[in-house]
Write a protein that binds this ligand. Structure first.
Ligand code: SF4
Ligand code: SF4
Length: 338
């Protein structure tokens, strides 16, 4: 980095914060993360493209760069995950914002792809924590829908309540490493959750872009459904499906769960809750340990059944996926707990 480098990256940080209401604070970690994802020339170009972007013709006019050179730069920046565009004959290129796709994700979606990726993961881990504490915890409204695990849905669930059905018509699906989990693994080896890593799911145009630029592995619809089931069995919560992004989260280092730990109402619960069969529940407490929001209380006596607090339950179905004696099934959430 040259002596002039911090200024240009700080300007990019200012632009993102000014143009994206979901952006986190302008911290040293965020500026360092930008200095890894952009070269100085790319950062200068980013300030001209901005997050509002423009078509290729408009950007040629705006930047005064030769079309060939601009296209090469845009291609390189898309490969690094800093320029996004929807496919089409005359796409609008824009600098990514904070999420979906954003600077909290794209640098790690491709795995360890560049010499700077491990350093970037260290900065990203700080940025995710700051984002959770300074922005997500202060939004003041729940915004992240929880989807009940597809393999636990009751018979009366409608297609609109089944995540697999909701994304069936997107036509393109892919998966990347979870950037939150991956950054924690790299920053603090051995002191992180033991959940699976390949859980960040993209659909539709976002999926086409991530696959084209080496940030995700394309999967079939059948593989998508199997992956969702695997995530739930692994104890992960399906959430979002916003802007073609599906997260499979746990409460180790996910910024949404971190914001929740700071008292924010982040999640919009699914319309389902677990129903307990007290006759067969053997009090093994595996569901107690697995519930990511601590909605299940262990019984005072060993082998006695557990109890579920529907007010706290977000309806993810992880407990149902976990319960070996099948003592839990999902049912429609009672009106009093909706
Ligand atoms: S995992 Fe199943 S059997 Fe074990 S405590 Fe929970 S509900 Fe009961
Ligand atoms: S009790 Fe916990 S694990 Fe079970 S559905 Fe509710 S939030 Fe999910």
């Amino acid at each position: 980095m040259t002596d002039t480098a911090p200024d240009i990256f700080e300007q990019v940080a200012d632009m993102i914060i000014e143009e994206d209401f979901m952006a986190g604070p302008k911290s040293p970690a965020f500026v360092r993360l930008l200095s890894l994802q952009f070269t100085e020339a790319e950062a200068r170009l980013a300030l001209q493209i901005r997050t509002t972007g423009g078509t290729l013709d408009e950007l040629v006019e705006r930047t005064k760069l030769k079309r060939d050179k601009l296209q090469k730069m845009l291609q390189t920046m898309a490969d690094k995950g800093t320029v996004y565009y929807e496919p089409g004959d005359n796409p609008t290129y824009r600098i990514i914002k904070m999420a979906a796709p954003g600077f909290t994700e794209t640098g790690l979606w491709g795995g360890i792809k560049y010499p700077f990726t491990v350093q970037l993961a260290k900065e990203a881990h700080k940025v995710l924590k700051e984002w959770a504490e300074e922005k997500l915890a202060k939004l003041g409204v729940p915004y992240a829908p929880v989807w009940a695990a597809v393999n636990t849905l009751p018979a009366d669930a409608s297609p609109a309540e089944n995540l697999a059905e909701v994304v069936r018509n997107e036509g393109h699906w892919s998966v990347s490493p979870c950037p939150c989990r991956m950054s924690h693994w790299l920053v603090d080896p051995g002191n992180h959750c033991d959940h699976m890593l390949g859980t960040c799911i993209h659909t539709g145009d976002l999926s086409r872009w991530t696959v084209k630029h080496g940030m995700a592995r394309e999967i079939t619809y059948e593989e998508l459904v199997a992956l969702l089931e695997q995530c739930s069995r692994d104890g992960l919560v399906h959430t979002l499906n916003i802007q073609n992004s599906i997260c499979n989260c746990c409460n180790d280092c996910c910024p949404m769960f971190l914001a929740r730990q700071h008292g924010a109402q982040v999640f919009i619960p699914s319309p389902f809750v677990p129903q307990l069969d007290e006759e067969t529940c053997n009090g093994c407490n595996q569901c107690v340990d697995r519930c990511p929001v601590h909605a299940i209380a262990a019984a005072e006596e060993q082998y006695d059944p557990v109890s579920v607090d529907y007010e706290t339950c977000v309806g993810c179905g992880v407990c149902v996926s976990t319960c070996k004696p099948h003592s839990m099934t999902m049912m429609r959430r009672p009106a009093a707990a909706a």
